[in-house]
Ligand binder design. Structure first.
Ligand code: WQD
Length: 346
């Protein structure tokens, strides 16, 4: 079953990815018709089944590499696209240091091909960009507001987010009526309550929560905490862990803000976080609380490139966007564990 409003479709690039798939479910639940494009380089077509289970609707999917400008143009010819939520990008910080050319080519080339179609469109197409708190680097003042200075990127990945935002600022200034919202996420974790979708465990996890759940599932003998000699409450790094469903819902609010002509500026930026910082040890304690099992971990060396602490000032998203998180750290960690248990048939 698909839900048609007026055959207009919201294009979700990278819509089979972790945040993309959760955003597709949130869009479908709000009655939007969705077109997913994904090159399956870091996702799997099976996620479509999960989206259908979670929402009761199977969206249209096209396997497509957005670096192929002709294929992107063809897609815009074939479909009436009235909004774009752009997730598709390579996103591994460490890998980006090894493969900078691939990261700049893919992350920036894909966006430029989409914007070339926006330029050609009869009327401007609302554009939501998946950006990141990475742009702030080691913020000197906490919590981090949207006016906190953007610092020199610590990786090619982070630089593609910064350059992506700059491209969008230049583009909104050149296309009459074009409206863009960049969403700077903090640390997305968890899974949809249906556990039909979650963070696909492709390869060794880089991020904390998947590493916790995979260690608890027995895939690794222990978790290494990357340093406990930081100037924080318990010596471990502090981050703002946001439930992926809260994050997904924010994308729909942002898109509808533009569709309903509520934007106050052509280019708007919002930090998406809970506004609360949690240390690595506090996340481990959350896991032990919600799972009822101890986690095996050791304290290791600091990880290169880690910032000491980063958590959001959510005032702007709460007051201007009219969105705030509804789910707690424990709920997010519990959903991540439920997803891991399902994936591993535990
Ligand atoms: C969180 C904390 C680690 C693993 C990443 C991306 C960033 C953004 C958000 C996209 C850190 C510690 C981790 C482990 C550990 N994504 N840790 N042991 O680095 O804050 O941000 O996700 O935009 O670009 O880099 O998230 O989950 O990797 O680390 O101690 O095995 O957990 O040191 O303090 P990070 P993370």
């Amino acid at each position: 079953m698909t839900n048609a409003k007026d055959n207009s479709m919201i294009l979700v690039t990278g819509g089979l990815g972790f945040i993309g798939s959760h955003t597709v479910v949130a869009l479908l639940e709000k009655g939007h018709q969705v077109l997913i494009v994904d090159d399956l380089s870091n996702s799997s077509v099976g996620v479509l089944d999960g989206i259908e289970t979670a929402s009761g609707i199977r969206p249209t999917f096209i396997k497509l590499n957005l670096q192929n400008g002709a294929a992107v143009a063809e897609m815009f010819q074939q479909h009436r696209i009235t909004g774009i939520i752009h997730f598709a990008a390579y996103k591994a910080v460490g890998e980006s240091v090894q493969k900078p050319v691939a990261y700049y080519q893919n992350n920036l080339g894909s966006m430029l091909n989409l914007l070339a179609e926006v330029e050609k469109a009869a009327s401007p197409i609302p554009f939501i960009f998946s950006s990141s708190c990475t742009v702030y680097g080691e913020a000197t003042k906490l919590p981090i507001t949207e006016n906190s200075p953007v610092q020199p990127a610590m990786s090619p990945y982070g630089n593609t987010k910064q350059i992506g935002e700059e491209i969008l600022v230049d583009t909104v200034n050149a296309i009459e009526g074009f409206r863009v919202i960049s969403l700077r996420y903090f640390n997305p974790i968890g899974a949809h309550p249906s556990i039909a979708i979650g963070e696909l465990p492709l390869g060794k996890p880089q991020n904390l929560v998947p590493f916790i759940t995979q260690t608890a599932a027995g895939l690794y003998p222990k978790l290494t905490v990357f340093g406990n000699d930081y100037p924080t409450s318990d010596g471990t790094n502090v981050r703002d862990y946001i439930h992926v469903v809260d994050l997904a819902e924010a994308h729909v609010v942002a898109l509808e803000r533009i569709l309903e002509s509520k934007s106050t500026e052509a280019y708007e930026v919002f930090n998406l976080g809970t506004g609360k910082g949690s240390s690595v040890l506090e996340v481990i304690q959350s896991f032990e609380r919600v799972s009822g099992q101890k986690l095996t971990y050791e304290i290791g060396e600091r990880r290169k490139g880690d910032v000491i602490a980063a958590y959001a000032d959510t005032t702007k998203a709460n007051t201007v966007l009219g969105w705030k998180t509804k789910r707690s750290l424990d709920e997010a960690v519990a959903s991540a564990w439920k997803w891991e248990q399902k994936v591993r048939n535990l």
